[in-house]
Design a protein around this ligand. Structure first.
Ligand code: NAD
Length: 461
């Protein structure tokens, strides 16, 4: 069913009523819903890829297939395999005090109810469906608000969801900001939002009215530490991948790189050959465009402003005319916007800071990043980075691939977000993890009667 801002509330009530009628879907019912998510992906792969390409201007079918389709199918498979274990109650050890003797205690996950999913444009399928997998695995009903910046993909999502799910299982509300604003005012049992920080603050204020719990998957500037022990060729190859993949429009893309002055030129040469190699072996067919003119202008502006703030700017060869050239902005002065704004495109900021203590101090000046990338061979350094910084994730000698592991939690900390999902973490995030306490059959309550002072002294020992 097609949902506009006028019928958001009735559609929400359809989902809520269904939740009240089936508060604890069986394992079989949940597996069936997950299999339908998978079928919706596999049976329409080319339609999804075409819609994505239409929305981006150009987006290689291979990249779409890998990033949006395969990654989402992997998440479904992971849930299909593990759900029966996640649903098992977790036993807890009761306190050994007399009053609790014989008690049984455990934690059991129950669905929260109706979960709202507000998703962005950069991976419009995966960032709607990956949360959906966790939401359905946890036994909830779902209502999705996809991004208006990718209208063809959002329309296809709406159409296919209505083919594969009844409107009391999963619904989609397409539309612009008006719809989004009305959507997050609904009295959901949980909302997961993926997007920028400014909108996240609006959503928090709206959700506060109904005390709706939130998972916020935001952005931020993810730094790359290049240690003196780093293999520069490997580093350059992986950074080139991180900046080319989806044209760098990835929340966990390497944003800026910290490297010693005396290693900079060698790194730039390696980066150039990594880009040239990618160009010659993959060619224009494998590229992705900047999603729209507004974002293209935003990226142009960040580079131009950096250039006028005394940065050295280098442009490496681009895949084709619609794609953006990989651009490196080196050492702009402190007032340049690129130092503080998330780049979210195929541009790499480089700062020549080589000493690990100074690199850590630089990272710690700003809000907690979504990820910190460390390139180097030293485990001691890596442990130092772990202990002396804070971020949603921490990665050694690679970029982005941490997301491909469904067994790892995904999310930010501080300014890069709150809450974690995917795999078991997603199941728990969208569950009410209920504490269950069953008293022992022997009545020892006579011990806990006034005067309490003696009892408390006994318990506290
Ligand atoms: P966007 O413009 O597509 O917006 C995201 C969603 O928010 C859309 O569905 C939109 O309709 C909705 N929205 C817009 N205004 C709203 C409002 N006032 N109230 C409620 N909802 C509203 O996406 P974007 O914000 O441009 O996304 C890019 C940002 O997302 C970047 O900062 C990126 O780092 C971040 N991001 C984070 C992750 C993550 O998992 N942490 C993943 C991808 C993107």
């Amino acid at each position: 069913m097609s949902v506009s801002s006028n019928n958001l509330e009735p559609q929400f009530q359809v989902l809520r009523k269904a939740y009240y009628l089936e508060r604890y879907p069986s394992l079989a019912a949940r597996l069936d819903r997950l299999r339908r998510v998978k079928a919706m992906l596999t049976e329409h792969e080319s339609a999804w890829c075409e819609a994505l390409s239409q929305d981006f201007g150009y987006r290689s079918a291979d990249q779409s297939s890998f990033a949006d389709i395969t990654t989402s199918i992997k998440s479904v498979n992971h849930a299909l395999k593990n759900l029966k274990f996640w649903m098992k109650a977790e036993r807890r050890t009761p306190d050994l005090s007399l009053r609790m003797s014989g008690a049984k205690t455990y934690v059991e996950a129950f669905p929260k109810g109706v979960v709202g999913i507000v998703s962005p444009w950069n991976f419009p399928i995966n960032l709607a469906l990956s949360p959906l997998v966790s939401v359905l695995a946890a036994g909830n009903r779902a209502f999705i608000k996809p991004s208006e910046a990718t209208p063809a993909t959002s329309a296809l999502l709406e159409k296919l969801i209505s083919q594969y799910f009844t409107d009391d299982e999963v619904a989609v509300a397409c539309g612009d900001v008006d719809v989004a604003q009305a959507f997050v005012k609904l009295p959901f049992d949980h909302i997961i939002y993926t997007g920028g920080e400014t909108v996240a603050k609006h959503i928090m204020r709206d959700a506060a009215e109904n005390l709706v719990p939130l998972t916020l998957e935001l952005g931020g500037k993810s730094p790359v530490i290049v240690s003196s022990s780093a293999d520069l060729k490997l580093t350059a190859k992986r950074i080139a991948f991180g900046k080319y993949f989806n044209a760098g429009q990835i929340c966990i893309a390497p944003d800026y790189l910290l490297i010693a002055e005396d290693r900079l030129e060698a790194f730039l040469l390696d980066l150039k050959s990594a880009v040239e190699h990618a160009d010659s072996s993959q060619g224009s067919a494998d590229s992705v465009s900047i999603v729209n003119e507004r974002h293209r202008q935003r990226i142009d502006y960040l580079i131009a402003e950096g250039e006028s703030a005394n940065a050295r700017v280098m442009r490496f060869s681009g895949h084709n005319q619609s794609a953006y050239q990989l651009t490196v902005v080196i050492n702009p002065s402190a007032d340049a916007g690129i130092n503080n704004s998330e780049i979210f495109g195929p541009v790499l900021l480089i700062k020549t800071i080589g000493d690990l203590s100074e690199q850590i101090a630089y990272i710690n000046q700003s809000s907690h990043p979504l990820v910190i990338y460390y390139f180097g061979r030293s485990e001691t350094e890596f442990r130092r980075v772990a202990r002396e910084t804070s971020s949603g994730g921490l990665v050694k000698n690679d970029v982005i691939f941490q997301y491909a592991n469904d067994d790892l939690p995904f999310g930010g900390v501080g300014g890069s977000g709150m809450g974690k999902y995917r795999g078991e973490y997603g199941f728990k995030e969208f569950s009410n993890n209920r504490a269950v306490y069953k008293s022992g059959i022997v009545d020892v309550s006579g011990f806990v009667t006034p005067p309490y002072s003696g009892v408390f002294r006994m318990v506290n020992k």
